[in-house]
Every structure is written in structure tokens, then in C-alpha cells.
Design a protein around this ligand. Structure first.
Ligand code: IPE
Ligand code: IPE
Ligand code: MG
Length: 254
């Protein structure tokens, strides 16, 4: 199956089971607050939910999982929280990439990594290199990622590569998720019903699933619930629904 189909240019072949699930992992702070704990402990528990979701995906043959871990607007948080999140990202790469590799997971990061420390940048690059040839789940972490930044960055890359005119095909080659099909399903935990500058280009025909469950509580059952909700959707991509299909005979007789 080809990796990339543009949903605005052609109808994807088989969308009955999602190939690509994207998640906005929200609600860590509220999870901690409910327990009178500092927000950062919510982030630490959130990492456990990340592990569970990654395992769920490789056990259930989901090909791509993309996780929103840190947005380009999350720098607006207190320095202490930002530092904790970046340190947690670094620690989890140091400790978990070997296990990902053993499970045939290909690791990718999307977002502007130039703002990270040299050490973290090297670690990201090394994690991507080590797992590059793995053929199981592709796990993508979005860090210092913004959907608008992605589009502007892709436009600039296209120009630098000699494209004098931008088209959908040209731009999509330079977008951060150029290696993945567009997400079939987006899950956002934590009760907010918004996109918060996530992969806006790629989400145009994605099925959206919002849940009040806070990210640290998101488990296998919640993942199954989201997949069930997805399986009940009719993905039309602009077409009339199947119940509106009229046979040529009916048209001729009308
Ligand atoms: C999501 O949880 C994690 C990140 C944005 C890094 P939050 O930290 O946004 O949790 P709430 O929304 O404050 O509960
Ligand atoms: C979105 O969550 C970003 C991530 C999950 C990384 P936020 O908590 O930052 O979103 P807003 O501020 O409520 O829109
Ligand atoms: Mg939040």
C-alpha cells in the first residue's frame, strides 16, 4: 500500500481500520491537580500512558502513531514545567529506545528541534537512526511542533529546493509528516474540543474523537472505545453518502 495518499486529491483505498492514529495527549495538569500533586507529576504519569498506547498500537497492527507531546505554544508555561518536560523527553529517549527497537518500532520526531539542547538534538537523531529500518509501528513524537510553523517551514523548504510555484503536491513533500499517510483518527483527551495548532494540514479529513478522560488515565479500554467510535463513522471525503447513490436506470427514468 502506498504510504501517502492526499485525501483532497484521491479517495484512500481502505479506511475501515485506521492506519494512522494521532493523539493530543491533554489533561496531565488536571490529573495532578485532582490529587493535590504538582503538575509535573501529571506529566510523569502521562509517560506511563504513552507506553501503554505504543504497546496497544503494535499489538493491534496500527501502522502509525503520532503523539503531540509539546506544542510551539507550550514555551509559554512556567520555566520549571518546560524544563521538566524537556528532561522527561530526553530521559525517555535514553531509556526506552532500545525497547522500541526490539519491538521493531521506527521512531520519528516532528517539530522544530533547533530550539533544543545539542544533547537532546543528538539523542533524537541517534534514536531515529537506530530505528530507521524497523518495519513495525512508526511512532512519531511531535515536540516544539506547531501546525502553522510546519506549513511555513515546508513552503520555505520548497522555495530553497527551487520550486517557483507551490501546489498541494509540492508542499506535502516538505511537510513534517511527509513519511506518513494522513491520520485516519485523531483522539484528544482531557475534554477540550480544539486542535491547538497540531498537524492542521494533515487533519483535513481525519475523524475526530474527543474524550473527557485525562491523559494519564487513558488505557487500553479507552483506546478500544475510540476505535469503535471510528468504525461507526462513514468517511465520505466530499462524496454523497452511500444511501444517496442513484443507479443510472433511475436517472434515465426520472
Ligand atoms: C498535556 O497536559 C501535556 C502537555 C501539554 C505537555 P497539560 O499539561 O496541558 O494538562 P492540563 O490541560 O493543564 O490539564
Ligand atoms: C495541546 O495541549 C498540546 C499538547 C498536548 C502537547 P495544550 O494544553 O497546550 O492546549 P491548550 O492550551 O489547552 O489549547
Ligand atoms: Mg492542556
Amino acid at each position: 500500500m502506498p504510504v501517502k495518499t492526499s485525501t483532497t486529491r484521491e479517495i484512500p483505498n481502505n479506511v475501515s481500520a485506521p492506519r494512522h492514529v494521532a493523539i493530543i495527549m491533554d489533561g496531565n495538569g488536571r490529573w495532578a491537580k485532582e490529587r493535590y500533586l504538582p503538575r509535573v507529576l501529571g506529566h510523569r504519569r502521562g509517560l506511563k500512558a504513552v507506553r501503554k498506547s505504543v504497546e496497544f498500537c503494535y499489538q493491534n497492527n496500527i501502522e502509525f502513531l503520532t503523539l503531540f507531546a509539546f506544542s510551539s505554544e507550550n514555551w509559554r508555561r512556567p520555566l520549571e514545567e518546560v524544563s521538566f518536560l524537556l528532561a522527561l523527553f530526553q530521559k525517555s529517549l535514553e531509556e526506552e529506545v532500545t525497547k522500541l527497537d526490539e519491538n521493531n518500532v521506527r521512531f520519528k520526531m516532528i517539530g522544530d528541534r533547533s530550539k533544543f539542547s545539542k544533547k537532546l538534538q543528538d539523542l533524537i537523531q541517534e534514536s531515529e537512526r537506530v530505528t530507521h529500518d524497523n518495519t513495525g509501528l512508526t511512532l512519531t513524537v511531535a515536540a516544539n511542533y506547531g501546525g502553522r510553523w510546519d506549513i511555513v517551514n515546508a513552503t520555505n523548504q520548497a522555495i530553497l529546493n527551487g520550486h517557483l510555484e507551490i501546489s498541494e503536491d509540492v508542499l506535502s513533500q516538505f511537510l513534517q509528516l511527509n513519511f506518513a499517510p494522513e491520520p485516519d483518527l485523531l483522539i484528544r483527551t482531557g475534554g477540550e474540543v480544539r486542535i491547538s495548532n497540531f498537524v492542521i494540514w494533515d487533519l483535513v479529513y481525519t475523524e475526530l474523537c474527543f474524550t473527557d478522560v485525562l491523559w494519564p488515565d487513558f488505557d487500553e479500554k479507552c483506546f478500544y472505545d475510540a476505535l469503535n467510535r471510528y468504525s461507526e463513522r462513514e468517511r465520505r471525503f466530499g462524496r454523497a453518502g452511500t444511501e444517496h447513490e442513484i443507479s443510472p436506470k433511475e436517472i434515465i427514468n426520472s
